[in-house]
Write a protein that binds this ligand. Structure first.
Ligand code: BGC
Length: 384
């Protein structure tokens, strides 16, 4: 009997140390695992790297600095896995990063005009870190914070739940914001992101994932041959400084019409003011005018050479499509790779830019007692 108990305890310890969900006896998680490793130290705190795997060869790596996805390996049509997101090798490079590679952008993803907004009778001033505007939460947005992390296991998925409390007044925003972001890798080859936030004072919130994708493999060249469909018949045109005019304009007859899939490179050089402001695609597409209850298809991307396909489903009303126009040539990436201009694209599900100053846009105001939530899923498959 003692022998059995000893074996049982040893098995429990092994499961706890290994973190292998497949060993827990959860049949829905066969072949799935989570492992945790040290990634580095900053501000006296240790940062961990979580590796999530499923039985189909999909592997996601996440660090609790910036809630960053550092690597996402997905098989191509012949079964060969490759990393399809831009990233770095070290924590130091993520700390120095100014391109928001793979992070969660917040408290307000995208731009707020002149770094100012009014709520009730109070005016708030934010950092102008993308002159003349505020971008992605300011000088030290959620992408520069150390989040608490815990492993998540449920039938058919393994994940990491990250929590961060943004103090009242941090980066100029009112209200203490308790934020939770859960990344899950499912057995259906999805990277699912559930976001929620609560405040103790009226504030604004807009969170998104800022992964740069290249379905041919990160560092393998530009993304211009990817075929993209965006399920939007309108977009929010901007002025020169990328702040929306407030208009909801039809994509029809413009280079922004992605309702039928077309190569990203086909119209990227078209003579159109919206393309000149962003130096390529960098626009918010309107999916709907209020958040949905469950994620709906927002975009589909396929890469002809590898056969990889990515679908983006979201509850959010908008999606920013950005073609890495501000990525410099010769940027050092992970695994000895070099990234250049337009070698990754972002599909950032979110509310519209500058919503706090745009009464006609879906609201980004959060009040005490209410919960902000959004879900976005990146789903992978192959074709051809
Ligand atoms: C914005 C770009 C910006 C980039 C910074 C994107 O979300 O749309 O305008 O340059 O983030 O990495």
């Amino acid at each position: 009997m003692r022998g059995h108990i000893g074996t049982f305890i040893a098995a429990l310890v092994a499961v706890a140390l290994c973190g292998c969900a497949g060993l827990t006896g959860n049949a829905g998680n066969t072949g799935m695992s989570i492992t945790k490793a040290a990634y580095g130290t900053t501000e006296g705190e240790e940062v961990a790297l979580y590796t999530l795997k499923n039985a189909n060869g999909v592997e996601v790596q996440i660090i609790n600095y910036g809630a960053i996805v550092t690597s996402l390996k997905v098989p191509d049509r012949s079964g060969k896995s490759d990393n399809i997101v831009l990233g770095y090798d070290t924590l130091e490079e993520y700390i120095a990063d100014d391109a928001y590679l793979g992070c969660i952008a917040g408290r307000y993803a995208n731009r707020i005009a002149n770094g100012r907004f009014t709520l009730g009778s109070s005016e708030y001033t934010l950092a102008v870190n993308n002159p003349p505007n505020h971008l992605h939460g300011g000088k030290a947005g959620f992408n520069k914070k150390i989040w608490d992390a815990e492993e998540v296991r449920r039938s058919g998925a393994v994940g990491v739940r990250l929590t961060f409390t943004s103090a009242d007044g941090e980066e100029g925003y009112p209200g203490t914001l308790d934020t939770e972001v859960t990344y899950e890798l499912t057995k259906e080859n999805e990277l699912r992101i559930d976001y929620s936030a609560e405040t103790d004072k009226q504030t604004v919130v807009n969170l998104t994932h800022h992964g740069y994708f290249n379905l041919a493999g990160a560092g393998s060249g530009d993304i211009l041959k990817h075929e993209l469909m965006i399920a939007a018949d309108r977009y929010t045109p901007t002025g020169e400084s990328m702040i929306p005019t407030g208009e909801l304009a039809p994509v029809e007859g413009t280079p922004l019409d992605f309702r039928e899939a077309k190569p990203i490179g086909r119209d990227i050089g078209a003579d159109h003011p919206q393309l000149s402001y962003g130096k390529g695609f960098d626009q918010n597409f309107i999916l709907k005018l209020a958040p949905g209850k469950s994620p709906e298809l927002a975009a589909r991307v396929s890469e002809p050479a590898s056969g990889r396909v990515m679908e983006v489903l979201t509850t959010e009303p908008g999606i920013q499509f950005y073609t890495g126009n501000f990525l410099p040539n010769g940027k050092k990436g992970r695994d000895g790779k070099t990234y250049n201009h337009r070698t990754g694209f972002c599909l950032e599900a979110q509310h519209f830019p500058d919503s706090p100053n745009q009464p006609g846009f879906p609201t980004t105001v959060l009040i005490p007692g209410r919960k902000y939530s959004q879900t976005t899923t990146y789903r992978f498959s192959t074709e051809g």
